[in-house]
Design a protein around this ligand. Sequence first.
Ligand SMILES: NC(=O)c1ccc[n+]([C@@H]2O[C@H](COP(=O)([O-])OP(=O)(O)OC[C@H]3O[C@@H](n4cnc5c(N)ncnc54)[C@H](O)[C@@H]3O)[C@@H](O)[C@H]2O)c1
Length: 268
Amino acid sequence: MSNNLLANKKGIIFGALDDKSIAWKIAERCVAEGAAITLTNAPVALRFGKIQELGEKLNAQIIPADVTSQEDLDNLFSQSMDILGGKVDFVLHSVGMSLNVRKKRAYTDIKYDWMQKTFDISAISFHRMMQTMYKMDAINDWGSIVGLTYIAAQRTFPDYSEMAESKSLLESFARSFGYHFGVSKKVRVNTISQSPTITTAGSGVKGFDVFFDYADKMSPLGNASSEDCAAYCVSLFSDLTRMVTMQNLYHDGGFSQMGMNPAVLDSI
Ligand SMILES: NC(=O)c1ccc[n+]([C@@H]2O[C@H](COP(=O)([O-])OP(=O)(O)OC[C@H]3O[C@@H](n4cnc5c(N)ncnc54)[C@H](O)[C@@H]3O)[C@@H](O)[C@H]2O)c1
């Protein structure tokens, strides 16, 4: 079902790898709601992922960019403006990767050069992306920028490791840059704190399946799906949420407000 909420809007979607990716569902929903978009991912993901399939389906051009490369981001925004015919109205940052998690290093035995790379990819890239847009004047007034995050930024989830600090940093960048973009361009910046979702990045976290079920039981509405996340994202890109900025918005079926749920105790 489409309500044409993004008619005449142009956007860039970072992070669609395969059809499990949250960004994949968001890209589909944005186009269904009338937007024109470009897609981007790391050059290596273009070789191993399925983004070409999505590009063909949505009639969206794909521009490779490693989010840690300034040159790639400059190229991404200038090419996107050429392709889409002007400045963009919305951008989704759906990028995350932890080297220490991927290489199964314990949190108490972190390799710091890997940690710095993790922060660069998963958090500093959000600032870099916004700074690039800011300097290039690549986003229209009243535009909207969204990053995806997780509640491990506020609470301890031991197996999430250094991604917890990455997400804290990401959310802080949303507030700080939200101020600068707000006063200069009326552009809003928010993060969506999404339920556990079965994707390539999500499943890389140890014990993810068990935790997915725990969160599903704990949340009065159950876990929010990628499709639900896409719908929420569209609302944030639309003109219906123009005064919402610098927020970390929980999209988790109520998980973040729960203390105890008997449904969880029953299964112990
Ligand atoms: N899956 C979950 O449970 C969950 C929950 C809350 C938040 N999130 C967040 O949602 C976002 C999307 O993750 P996902 O779960 O859809 O998994 P995903 O693996 O499909 O997406 C992660 C993306 O990051 C991209 N990426 C990694 N390194 C990159 C680089 N150097 N340059 C450019 N792109 C790079 C990957 O290619 C991939 O497309 C992430 O920020 C993740 O932390 C996920």
